[in-house]
Ligand binder design. Structure first.
Ligand code: NAI
Ligand code: SOE
Length: 388
């Protein structure tokens, strides 16, 4: 069985998730398309990188990603660093002929995303952007229903991503609140996951009409490179810095196929944790999903008799997309880790079989174009097109 050597840049939250995926993928998907070998992990300092190597099972560590990108033994560069680093690392990795998986959002700006897309296209390497939530089996099942025509022509997509980890003004000014590092706020960080759902399930978005707010205009200056996602709060009289990104966005949508819809995203919605949802209404039925109950897909069919029509719950299991590789009984519990394991499997399969995989850098770039249109619309108060 082939082995692919992974160089992973970044040892934070996503470093953990991607390492788990490389370790777990062959345990679930056997025979594996190839064995991902955790070769080298990079963080900003040797001590952090050494700790990441010990914790996440990498053979070696480094504090300069350039050395790893240039290492001829590395097959895959996995970018799990804050958004300001994605473009530079990906472009160098593409030039060095590495296959690349990058965390989302693809970059800080559409321009950076386009340069990344151009670099991987010119190099002919495989590329993927890590919108992993679409790999939840219930979400893939929703796509299957739609493609089979089970709910007829899609009329409306209604998506949300609501969290509350930054609702407290004492939640620090981590890199996610700084435009120079993150590029944008809630829109890029979590709104983009819903845009990915909308494009995956319904089709291309052609026009948007958005609003954007920054409710908490300054936050305590944070220390350290890692975003602790509000779990460590400042107290007392601390130095504050300006938030220069959005806290909340909402937008109406028009799709290429005539469907319409909406997206709302905020990290300031008390009581909501990872409330990533969609409801899709079609001429012959409806589908609803909430990531907080990710084993379940709700479906309702118009053809059911009047006296028993209503939402029913399908618990995903071996009969559903990727289900036979996961757990043998429905409702044993699909986790965040499983979505990353499926993502790793699909990326590595594409490398081994020389096929395309999505979402890829083209999808990541399109999501930037749509995000720009939402922000432009929030400014102008008018509908803005996302295609010429
Ligand atoms: P984090 O703050 O937990 O960790 C980032 C790590 O990267 C830190 O260890 C930091 O020291 C390291 N780092 C920063 N600059 C570096 C450089 N130049 N070279 C090497 N290491 C460097 O961040 P987190 O949450 O892991 O986010 C990373 C990326 O993953 C972001 O793009 C974020 O948007 C994305 N993300 C995606 C999620 C998803 O569900 N797909 C979930 C969380 C984050
Ligand atoms: C914080 O909002 C965050 O970690 C995002 O960065 C991820 O993309 C999301 O999946 C979970 O929440």
């Amino acid at each position: 069985m082939r082995t692919l050597n992974v160089g992973m840049i970044g040892g934070g939250f996503m470093g953990k998730a991607h390492s788990l995926a490389y370790a777990g993928m062959p345990m679930f998907f056997w025979p594996a398309p190839a064995i991902p070998f955790r070769k080298t992990v990079v963080d900003i300092r040797d001590d952090l990188a050494q700790e990441a190597a010990a914790r996440y099972g990498f053979e070696s560590y480094a504090s300069d990603w350039r050395k790893v990108v240039e290492d001829p033994s590395i097959d895959i560069i996995d970018i799990v660093t804050p958004n300001n680093t994605h473009a530079e690392i990906a472009i160098a990795a593409a030039k060095a002929g590495k296959h690349i998986i990058s965390e989302k959002p693809l970059a800080r700006t559409t321009e950076e995303a386009k340069q990344m897309l151009d670099a991987v296209t010119a190099a002919g390497v495989k590329h993927m952007v890590a919108f992993n939530y679409r790999r939840t089996p219930a979400v893939a099942l929703a796509k299957k229903y739609i493609e089979e025509g089970a709910i007829g022509r899609v009329l409306n997509f209604r998506g949300t991503y609501l969290q509350d980890w930054s609702a407290d003004p004492n939640s620090p000014l981590s890199w996610r609140f700084r435009k120079d590092i993150a590029g944008s706020g809630t829109l890029g960080d979590i709104g983009t996951h819903v845009i990915d759902f909308a494009r995956y399930l319904v089709g291309e978005i052609t026009e948007v009409m958005g609003t954007a707010q920054t409710w908490i205009k300054e936050r305590p200056v944070s220390s350290g490179p890692v975003d602790k996602l509000g779990t460590v709060k400042a107290s007392g009289d601390v130095k504050k810095g300006a938030v220069d990104v959005d806290d909340e966005i909402s937008t109406l949508l028009r799709f290429e196929n005539g469907a319409v819809g909406s997206i709302e995203a905020t990290r300031n919605a008390w009581g909501r944790n990872n409330f990533l949802t969609f409801e899709i209404h079609g001429e012959k039925g409806s589908i609803a999903f909430n990531y907080e109950r990710r084993d379940e897909l709700q479906v309702c069919f118009a053809d059911d008799p009047d006296d028993r029509r209503g939402f029913r719950t399908i618990y995903t299991g071996p009969a559903h997309p990727n289900g036979s590789a996961l757990w043998p009984i429905p409702a044993l519990g699909i986790g965040y880790g499983e979505t990353k394991i499926i993502e790793a499997h699909d990326f590595i399969s594409a490398i081994v079989n020389d096929t395309d995989v999505s979402p890829n850098f083209h999808d990541g770039y399109r999501i930037h174009v749509i995000s720009d249109a939402i922000m432009a619309s929030a400014k102008s108060g008018t509908w803005v097109k996302t295609v010429e």
